[in-house]
Design a binder for this molecule. Structure first.
Ligand code: OGA
Ligand code: MN
Length: 270
């Protein structure tokens, strides 16, 4: 049997994140695809420092892990680079990608092409670990609740007094009613929170907001969070079904540029 190169792994923190040390050729061979995917499900965030992949290599690597949902997408606040730059600001607040879709993407893979001299760190919070640490009686109560998610709720964070035309634009997305506790196929459970969460279905509004705020504060405590300080060429992937993420604010003219690919999801919120 052919000898395989071993993945060298270093934990970034106890509850979330592993750095993998491997060269680009070994990574692109695909021989570690299944192992990296299961490491991602186990550790939620996987980091490769200074890999410096080209766009073609990043797409090829993505496809060693599963079906690619979206090829290279550029994340930037420069209007010349990204016509949807206004929406990019929504990422400054804790969120899960794709809460408006029935089946959210499984994972994102993001590489740093240019960094911001200030801010721009990306942070990830482990929503499985946050659920696991709640008292069993509270877990049982939360499992009965459903939360209404709306695109407009996330947009109000960055544009609190929108023009009517903006609001109509945001409301093109139908609201989604999602369980507060995601029961995964594996049997494990995670919290579904983030900036699209509008209110708890059937609960007094203020009581629901208090609950969502308290849970967000709980889930983003330091022991559940990995914060990545970018170096150009770094590649970070995250399990979008078991984390929330945000980017710390950076100036729109910082030059920060990230290239992202995504993996198709196969698990509805349930
Ligand atoms: C995203 C996102 C954060 C960042 O791509 O979905 O939230 O650090 N990106 O740019
Ligand atoms: Mn995002």
């Amino acid at each position: 049997m052919a000898t395989r190169t071993q993945l060298r792994k270093v934990e970034l923190s106890a509850r979330i994140g592993t750095e993998v040390r491997i060269d680009a050729d070994a990574l692109l061979s695909g021989e570690h695809g299944a192992e990296i995917r299961s490491l991602l499900e186990d550790r939620r965030v996987v980091l490769f420092r200074e890999l410096n992949l080209t766009d073609e290599q990043q797409s090829a690597f993505t496809q060693t892990l599963g079906a690619m949902a979206q090829g290279i997408f550029k994340i930037s606040m420069d209007p010349n680079e990204n016509p949807l730059f206004a929406y990019t600001k929504g990422a400054f607040f804790w969120h899960i990608d794709g809460t408006m879709s029935d089946v959210p993407i499984f994972a994102s893979i993001m590489s740093c092409r240019r960094r911001s001299p200030v801010g721009g760190q990306t942070e990830f919070a482990n929503t499985y670990a946050a659920f696991d640490d709640l008292p069993p009686s509270e877990q049982a109560a939360l499992e009965k609740l459903r939360v209404v998610h709306m695109f407009e709720t996330s947009q109000r964070y960055v544009n609190p007094e929108p023009a009517y035309a903006d609001l109509q634009d945001w409301q093109r997305f139908a609201p989604a009613v999602l369980p507060l506790v995601w029961k995964h196929r594996s049997g494990r459970k995670s919290l579904v929170l983030g900036s699209t969460a509008s209110h708890v279905e059937g609960m007094d509004l203020r009581e629901g907001w208090a609950l969502l705020t308290r849970l967000r504060e709980h889930a983003t405590q330091p022991q559940f969070v990995y914060s990545h300080e970018w170096t150009v060429g770094d590649l970070v992937m995250w399990d979008n079904t078991g984390t929330m993420h945000r980017v710390l604010a950076y100036p729109h003219d910082s030059g920060r540029l990230m290239h992202r690919t995504t993996l198709q999801g196969d698990e509805p919120f349930a």
